[in-house]
Design a binder for this molecule. Structure first.
Ligand SMILES: Nc1ncnc2c1ncn2[C@@H]1O[C@H](COP(=O)(O)OP(=O)(O)OP(=O)(O)O)[C@@H](O)[C@H]1O
Ligand SMILES: [Mg+2]
Length: 250
């Protein structure tokens, strides 16, 4: 079953077609890589999937439901959640407060204020914060200000905030950027755990070693189009993929 399907998705910015007739399916429970050279259209495709941009043409389906007309927040409530290429945090707040904010952002849309102010809600929220701290291995840093975390830890916190939204499909835009080798290893484990818990992951990433070891299927974008799609082994052996990265494929 496909968790996410794109059908002929196209986005033009004036004369520039950043995403051009992209059709692809993301299998439920998979880690699906999306790679391609700078400017290939990866981040734009994420913005189309989440509804930040409306497509010039084409359709986005979440678990078989056409979500193309829906707003970003409606899609998020249906389980379609992204992180951004740069980390978005409240720098002066603690790690735990940042996660609590993530939970509140979800609650605000669907529950009334009196419920959010109630002690039952606050208790449930605290438990959820603890679970997310443990899961993302940030418990020891719970009282640290977000701004004092290492770059890699801030990225993990960004993912923990996204997890607060209980995503069914989680879109990660270059989460490994700027991480040390051991931070990368830990994030690889965390993403595998997220998948084990039933969340489908779409991963945009330039770090090829990490992409190859994590992903079940990889789609390669070049100039807004799908160049090829398949297993890491297929992509590794595809002659046009290397030339796309070297800038010799038009
Ligand atoms: N809002 C916008 N207005 C005009 N052009 C845009 C806009 N957003 C992106 N583009 C252009 O669309 C193309 C695709 O950009 P995009 O950011 O999606 O690439 P990317 O694959 O994410 O690249 P990178 O690997 O560098 O993050 C680029 O040529 C970019 O300049
Ligand atoms: Mg990008």
């Amino acid at each position: 079953m496909k968790a996410l399907s794109l059908n002929g998705v196209t986005k033009a910015f004036g004369g520039l077609v950043a995403v051009n007739d992209v059709t692809l399916g993301v299998e439920a429970g998979s880690i699906h890589g999306l790679i391609g050279p700078n400017g290939a259209g990866k981040t734009t495709l994420f913005s189309l999937i989440t509804g930040f941009y409306r497509p010039t043409a084409g359709r986005v389906e979440l678990n078989g439901e056409d979500v193309t007309p829906l707003s970003t927040s409606l899609r998020a409530r249906k389980g379609l959640v992204r992180t951004f290429q740069g980390t978005v945090l409240f720098p002066d707040q603690t790690v735990a407060q940042n996660i609590a904010n993530g939970l509140l952002a979800i609650g605000r849309g669907s529950w009334s204020d009196w419920f959010i102010e109630s002690s039952a809600y606050k208790h449930a929220q605290q438990e959820e914060v603890e679970k997310l701290l443990t899961f993302s291995r940030l418990t020891d840093l719970r009282n640290a200000s977000a701004r004092d975390l290492s770059h890699g830890q801030q990225r993990v916190l960004g993912i923990a905030i996204a997890l607060a939204a209980a995503p069914k499909v989680l879109l990660l835009d270059e989460p490994f950027t700027g991480m040390t080798a051991s931070e990368k290893d830990r994030l690889v484990e965390m993403l595998q755990d997220i998948r084990k818990n039933g969340t489908t992951i779409v991963l945009v990433e330039h770090d090829m070693r990490t992409v190859m070891r994590l992903c079940d299927v990889i789609t390669v974008l070049n100039f807004g189009r799908v160049l090829t799609e398949g297993t890491p082994e297929h992509v590794r052996r595809h002659p046009e993929v290397m030339s796309a990265y070297l800038g010799t494929t038009a």
